[in-house]
Design a protein around this ligand. Structure first.
Ligand SMILES: [Zn+2]
Length: 299
């Protein structure tokens, strides 16, 4: 019997008898790569980990072209939080904050907070964005509220993160496809919720995916699909940084050149990749402004 990886994986599964589909995401090294890039206060690190697990979780049941991101901004201590998973299973994320932060961070208490879920392809400018109301304290509850409004299919989302792992479990009642009456659907859904209610945060963080699904749903018929591998990875490129500089305009680019001995240095906040632009590069990117949608060239 082949052993399945237990970390940095996304599992889709079906609880066929109950009419429920699910996704389980468990991040280990990929999460530690993200978490280790700044000295995050534990309460913020927990929310960032939950958001990263959620960004992968939400890709589980959609046909993704590009990336799915969760972005949160507020005028309080938590200024920005960003988590993303792309169609190659690469995740990245970061947060910016001002001390002191409340512990635990309760999302519904953040001042002027907005959260957006963006799905799509940056290169082709095909993106869909949904704004999410922050009416609950925990990210999982917030996303459940989003699902009940946007998809009208109930979802249960559990998220947890510590310094080692970021884990998410999502259950959705499957769309009614005939042959099954509404009462039967409701019964199966309630049964699965009841089983899932026995799952605590510690167990969610500590268990390998297959063990966890077996422990929770061994009385149901579980169909487990081939896992997808996840990894830390960044989609930054010289082209994207050039486009960002171009969007700042000539004046700012000139000022940046003068400020640092005729060289602009841009460091990617997600992966710490350095990009350098001298005056010739700057002139080139500014003069190519009319063709902003240049195809990507890899070097
Ligand atoms: Zn990067």
């Amino acid at each position: 019997m082949k052993t399945l990886p237990v970390d940095d994986v996304l599992h889709r599964f079906l609880l066929e008898g109950a009419g429920v589909r699910g996704v389980l995401v468990r991040l280990g090294p990929a999460w530690r790569d993200v978490a280790g890039r700044a000295d995050y206060p534990p309460a913020l690190r927990a929310v960032l980990g939950e958001a990263l697990a959620a960004s992968a979780l939400l890709t589980g049941n959609i046909k993704l072209d590009g990336a799915l991101s969760i972005e949160l901004k507020s005028s309080g201590g938590l200024r920005l939080l960003f988590a993303e998973c792309n169609d190659r299973g690469l995740v990245r994320g970061l947060a910016r904050w001002n001390d002191p932060l409340p512990d635990p961070l309760q999302l519904h208490t953040l001042p002027d907070a907005i959260m957006a879920i963006t799905i799509g392809n940056v290169e082709r400018d095909q993106r869909y964005q949904g704004l999410v109301e922050l009416a609950q304290a925990r990210l999982g509850e917030v996303l459940e509220g989003y699902f009940s409004q946007s998809e009208q299919l109930p979802a249960r989302i559990m998220l947890a993160a510590d310094g080692e792992h970021a884990v998410g479990l999502m259950l959705q009642r499957m769309p009614d496809e005939g042959g099954r009456d509404a009462a039967q659907d409701q019964d199966g859904w309630n049964r699965v919720l009841h089983l899932t209610a026995t799952l605590g945060t510690d167990e969610l963080l500590a268990s390998a995916p297959e063990q966890l699904l077996y422990r929770l749903y061994h009385d149901e018929s579980v169909r487990l699909f081939e896992p997808h591998t996840l990894a830390f990875g960044c989609s930054c490129s010289r082209e994207r940084v050039s486009a960002m500089l171009r969007s700042l305009g000539r004046e700012e680019v000139e000022a940046a050149l003068v400020a640092r001995e005729e060289e602009i240095e841009v460091i990617c906040e997600f992966c710490a990749q350095h990009y350098y632009f001298d005056r010739v590069d700057a002139e080139h990117l500014l003069s190519s402004g009319a063709t902003a949608a240049v195809p990507r060239t890899h070097q």
